[in-house]
Design a protein around this ligand. Structure first.
Ligand SMILES: NC(=O)c1ccc[n+]([C@@H]2O[C@H](COP(=O)([O-])OP(=O)(O)OC[C@H]3O[C@@H](n4cnc5c(N)ncnc54)[C@H](O)[C@@H]3O)[C@@H](O)[C@H]2O)c1
Length: 326
């Protein structure tokens, strides 16, 4: 007790002398530095997945577009963490392979797959019912991951191409969420994850339909979050906004400054997304440096933002886009 008292007295003396010497301004500077360091250590812990994580053991996780890319990787990771996995995708062969892989590793009832086109509300309704029947459990975590990209300039795109991008990348989120949200709210338990993109914050030449759809997905997530906050619901939301990932979807797209804006590896992106879900994060922009582009857009005049995007090569990143070859 004496030790504590002398420690507190010495601390008080130190700050008294500091105040006499540096005045209010000095104290404010130290307080700002302290807060800055606290924020920094929080960000470091969050990015490395060192915050408190929730358990997903026996949680029913439903992933759209889980037959390839980050959807497949998330399914494998969450299965390893003990979750019951449901995957829906239009690619039935790849879907069956992923389900087979998970079941061979974690038991024959670990994963279930249904062919489903997420842009068709009836197909979504049927698939969700089959998955709930299979696992005998309502959906606890919904991951809206299915997505497509046309990579076409506005005048080159087709009516069908534009509608496809919007229906799969944005409108489908309504179909899936409307099927599961009521039960989540009633059970006071659930999590809705939106796999959007940094293209949901920043417009890119050659990605008009994709950007429009991902801006829509970001807006959908934010509106959903506010609806849930208004009723003090326990249902969580997470919106993931990555830069290019090397899954093949954006083959040919280039980063002008790869050291500053690296193309993300599938493995890194999956780890970051899984940690974000387990840590109940709300919005994740990755890599973190891309938060600056949003800040510049919010603070500076448009001409400064536009020149900055051109300087960093963002607007030319799609010039050599090939996309998936099949
Ligand atoms: N790859 C990137 O650079 C990148 C960057 C930012 C965001 N994203 C987003 O991440 C998500 C996953 O992308 P990925 O890179 O793993 O791509 P991917 O092409 O490997 O996976 C997308 C999956 O969605 C499925 N799918 C397409 N249309 C569907 C439909 N109508 N119904 C059901 N499933 C359908 C595909 O069959 C595929 O299995 C997408 O939403 C994408 O927009 C990707």
């Amino acid at each position: 007790m004496n030790k504590l008292q002398s420690f507190l007295t010495r601390g008080q003396d130190f700050w008294q002398k500091f105040y006499e010497k540096k005045g209010k301004k000095g104290v404010a500077q130290v307080a700002a530095l302290g807060l800055g360091l606290l924020y920094l250590q929080y960000q470091v812990r969050k990015h490395n997945g060192w915050l408190k994580k929730k358990s997903v053991v026996n949680e029913h996780i439903f992933i759209t577009g889980g037959a390839s890319g980050i959807g497949k990787n998330m399914a494998l990771r969450f299965a390893r963490l003990g979750a019951k996995i449901s995957i829906v995708d239009v690619n039935e062969d790849a879907l069956n392979q992923v389900v087979g892989q998970i079941n061979s590793l974690h038991g024959e009832k670990a994963a279930f797959g249904v062919k489903c086109d997420v842009s068709d509300p009836q197909s979504v309704k049927n698939a969700i019912k089959k998955c709930i029947d299979f696992h005998q459990k309502k959906i606890d975590i919904l991951i809206n991951n299915a997505g497509v990209v046309s990579g076409k300039q506005i005048l080159e795109n087709t009516d069908a191409g534009i509608a496809r991008t919007m229906n799969i990348n944005t409108t489908a989120h309504h179909w899936t969420v409307r099927e599961v949200l009521g039960d989540m709210i009633a059970n006071k338990h659930g999590h809705i994850v939106t796999i959007a993109s940094i293209a949901g914050w920043v417009g890119v030449r050659g990605l008009a339909d994709y950007c429009a759809s991902k801006f829509g997905a970001v807006g959908f997530d934010e509106s959903l979050r506010f609806e849930l906050r208004a009723t003090k619901s326990n249902v969580k939301t997470t919106c993931i906004c990555p830069y290019f990932i090397n899954t093949g979807m954006f083959d040919g797209a280039k980063s002008k400054f790869p050291l500053l804006f690296p193309i993300l590896s599938e493995n890194y992106a999956t780890t970051r997304i899984v940690n974000a879900v387990l840590q109940d994060e709300t919005v994740v922009i990755m890599p973190i440096i891309l938060n600056l582009s949003i800040m510049v857009k919010a603070i500076f005049p448009t001409c400064i933002y536009d020149n900055m995007m051109e300087l960093f090569g963002v607007s030319e990143s799609m010039d050599h886009f090939k996309g998936r070859q099949q």
